[in-house]
Each structure stands twice: as C-alpha cells, then as structure tokens.
Design a protein around this ligand. Structure first.
Ligand code: HEM
Length: 228
C-alpha cells in the first residue's frame, strides 16, 4: 500500500521542518477576500429579500443608507467587476485554476472513497495536482453557481417583469440555495472542525502552511521530506 501523510495533530512541523510552504500569493488572497466579502453581502441581502423583508431595512441597508434591493444590486455589480478582473488582470492565475480544476488522475476515485476516513483522521489517500479531487468538484460548483447568479442577476436588472423575468428569479433563487450549501460546506472544511483539515485555513489567510499540512492535504505539490 502507498504511504499516506501523517495524521492531523501528530505532526511537529517546528521540530522536523521549520519552514512553511507558500500556497497562495497576495494577489490570489486579495481576489479570494474580495469574492468572499461581496458574496457575503449578496447572500445576506438576498436572503433578506427572499424572506419577504423588502420594505424593512436590514442592518446593511441602514449602514449604506439605501434600500436592500439597491445594496444587493450594487454588490452584484461589484461581483461582476471582481469576476471581470479575475479573467483579465488575473488571466494567468485563472488559467492555472481552470487547468488544475479540470485534471483527472488515477487514484482520484480512491481518494473519494477514503475521504470520510481522511477528514476524520488526516490520513487521506494521496492525489496529484494543486487541488485535491474534492476541491476540484467544489471549484466547479462555485464557478457554476456564481456564474448562474451573475447571468440571471444582470438579466433581472435589465428586465421589468414578464415570463423571462419570472424564470430568471426562479433560477436565481435555486442557485442561491446551492451556493448557500456550498458556502456552509466550505466554511466547515476550512474551520478545522474536521481534524483532517486542520491548518488548511492558513493557505488562504496567511498564504503559507506548514510542510506537514502541505504533505497531508496536497502531497503532489508539497516539498519532499529530507532524504525521501
Ligand atoms: C452571491 C451572489 C448572489 C446571491 C446569493 C443572490 C441572491 C438573491 C436572492 C435570494 C434574491 C431574492 C430573490 C427573491 O425575491 O426570491 C435576489 C434578488 C435579486 N438579485 Fe441577486 N444574488 C446574487 C448575485 C446577484 C448579481 C450578480 C446581480 C446583478 C448584478 C443580482 C441582482 C438581483 C436583483 C436585481 C434582484 C431582485 C431585487 C429586487 O427585488 O428588486 N444578484 N438575489
């Protein structure tokens, strides 16, 4: 059997490997933070409107001094801008993201089969590439739902009623439910509640993870152990 990485909690990075591994640069982290911030505003105001509170200003509407529908629409345009920046200024990173998300390697099926055990103990099956197979599925789902919300949202801002508008609202709502589930799952994974993912949050907050965390979660990308 191929060796698996050290289980979460048993590693002592400072003893064996003092250095950290750079996982994400500043531009990637800024893009992620902007997406996270604007998506949070859109989810908060979107759910507020969905719950039938249109006439009642939320805390965000009070903060910006404008109705929730306006806060939502403006945040929607900011999301369009963030996506456009990602595809133009960040085209090289976007290409790497797409290529690494689209890859399929031998052993990915085994990684999925062992995932519950890996999430609980840190002993994941090995995989290749920058993202683990679960992240690749999550990436696809995030891009598809955010893309759907942007297309239907922009359509809603340009239409005023009619059957097409009603269809856009239905799709926009459906994509909101899917996105909400994805965000909850994502936050659960990076929060470290699942022992296997302890330390993962550092990859996007500080940009660096310990070598032990890198070997546990992204062995194909991680530096080899000395002498290995
Ligand atoms: C994270 C992304 C987004 C989420 C989660 C989201 C969610 C929602 C939800 C739940 C509603 C209420 C639907 C209902 O009445 O049942 C809504 C309404 C709306 N959204 Fe979004 N949305 C997002 C992005 C966008 C974008 C990018 C735009 C356009 C630029 C947009 C434009 C609109 C418009 C125009 C409405 C109708 C507001 C009104 O009642 O006047 N949304 N959104």
């Amino acid at each position: 059997m191929r060796p698996t990485a050290a289980p979460a909690g048993t590693e002592r990075p400072e003893a064996s490997d003092p250095g950290r591994v750079v996982r994400n640069n500043g531009a990637t982290r800024a893009f992620h933070a902007a997406t996270f911030l604007v998506t949070s505003v859109l989810l908060a105001t979107g759910w507020w409107l969905r719950a039938g509170n249109e006439g009642r200003p939320s805390a965000l509407a009070d903060l910006f001094g404008t109705p929730d529908t306006e806060v939502h629409r403006n945040a929607g345009w900011v999301l369009v801008g963030v996506a456009a920046a990602g595809l133009t200024v960040g085209v090289r990173a976007a290409w790497t993201f797409a290529r690494e998300t689209a890859r399929v390697d031998r052993g990915d099926g085994r990684w999925f089969l062992r995932w519950p055990w890996g999430a609980a103990t840190g002993r994941f099956a090995p995989h290749r590439g920058h993202f683990d197979p679960g992240q690749r599925i999550a990436n696809l789902a995030f891009v598809a739902t955010l893309g759907t919300l942007i297309v239907t949202g922009v359509a809603m801002t340009t239409l005023s009623g009619g059957p097409t508008f009603a269809t856009m609202v239905r799709i926009h709502r459906g994509a909101t439910y899917v996105l909400t589930a994805l965000v909850v799952g994502h936050v659960l994974v990076v929060s470290g509640v699942l022992p296997g993912y302890r330390g993962a949050w550092r990859a996007m907050v500080t940009g660096r993870v310990t070598r032990a965390t890198a070997r546990r979660l992204w062995p194909g990308d991680a530096p080899r152990e000395p002498g290995a």
